[in-house]
Design a binder for this molecule. Sequence first.
Ligand code: N01
Length: 539
Amino acid sequence: MSVSKEKSGSTQQFDAVVVGAGFAGLAMLNRLRKEGLSVRVLEAGDGVGGTWYWNRYPGARCDVESMEYSYQFDEALQQEWEWSERYSPQPEILKYLNHVADRFDLRKDIQFNTRVKSAIFDEAANRWTITTEDGTSLSAIYCIMATGCLSAPNTPPFKGTESFKGEIYHTGKWPHQGVDFTGKRVGVIGTGSSAIQSIPIIAEQARHLTVFQRTPNYSVPAGNRPMDQKLMREIKADYKAFRERENQTQSAFGSRFQTERTPILSLSKADRDALYEKYWQLGGLLFLYASGDLLLNKEANETAAEFIRGKIRSIVKDPETAELLCPYTVVGCKRLCADTGYYETYNRPNVKLVDVKSAPIEELTPNGLRTKDGEYELDCIVFATGFDAMTGSLLRMDIRGRKGLTLQQKWAEGPRTYLGLTTVGFPNMFIISGPGSPSVLTNMVPSIEQHVNWIADTIHDLRGRQLKVIEPAPEAENAWVDHVNEVADHTLFPTCNSWYLGSNIPGKPRVFMPYLGFPAYVAKCNEVRAKDYEGFVLG
Ligand code: N01
């Protein structure tokens, strides 16, 4: 251990400080400990879990299959853990992460209820000073941001919010004791993944539910069911090879199903619809595997869009509501949603859909919410309004690199990174699943583990060679940012408004943030290391 955990003045010294104790922070702590580093993890919540700690809204569930959405760093762990459903519900994922924290004795190095206020690089000492909101300071050689891609909730500042006499909730900050909507008139603002998962369950409980929709989203049935025990045994019998096959897919999931190769437009309408029906029945995000050109060719995409609109019209009985629920955007351009009974919910007599595109929300009132068209009386309002994605959690802290440069200044025109892991001017700072890495376009757990391993291997190499600093070179960063954009520009992703582009947050620069293609990305990261950290300056 090169630097001990002793106190120097009031500043505790560590080799590494990790911010966040979700999937990323826990894996990072475990790996760095094995490397012999002294590590402190700082976590704002009072428990581990990150996303799965905060997002406890009714119906919260992962829409990557359970056998794929788990750690692979420990064979015994992946053999012993039993998932109960095809897609894990939030409480089970949180239980799993608590199990991991206990099994690897991680809690002793995690400081809970601790929100990081600032991280400032000291050029003379080549160390980071991390200060928490309660005024505690920690010093570390490496500062690792495991702050998550979707962890800074977006709460639109509606006029009159403070005047509303009922309760307000945000899906991303859900009360831990749960919420009982029985007998209540509930309003949900938003129709993204969080809303689409929670609406069917809230509707069952509430006296009345009003959904305020600005933009309809495409949703496919998740096809959730109890875990297929035979499949679980088969995967566990050969987990390593299974994980390797997963890593060869573009999004690090779904290797049991190959993307169809036939261009969708070469098929007759009847054959296309049969193919879409097959993927509709398969369930979940696999729908996008129905054709290789869905996100490349607008005309091809439109055939999928029309298929889903047909489904909506056949499920929702009231034609006006059905039409309002039909999106006319590119399927998958915004994150595709997976649901359990979402469209069916609009057939309930206690559910009403309100279009706030044509008549926007004007204000919250003491008794409810007013749109341009009228007032809705409500006892509770659920903000399912999403997140300041990918950069929000980083930019809400005061992060300063060389010469006092703030990350806000550095990223004023949008995030700039090398490999999504590092950024020029901020030496020895690593970002897990940062902008410019595959992150949100992949199965997050293997993506996180790939970053954790790359960072830990890099720190291992630096220590072995007694090097103190790693920082990307400006040319490498510029070339990487260009490459991320170039890859995205070959697809339909930049053609619509989505949080991938930051366009859900007023004033946020419009930049496509994730990198498309997991295998190519992993190959690039490996190549950079093999070429003695090509694109980095070591010192
Ligand atoms: O957030 P969102 P989310 N007035 O940004 C609306 C992941 N996730 O929390 O589209 C009125 O998708 C906004 O409308 P519009 C997943 O990656 C995963 O649902 O901007 N409406 C939109 O409808 C997902 O993509 C899982 O016009 C306003 C909604 O709020 C990501 O998290 C589960 C508004 C926000 O939708 C985010 O999903 C849940 C305003 N002023 C989430 N502002 C699983 O794995 C915003 N909206 C299953």
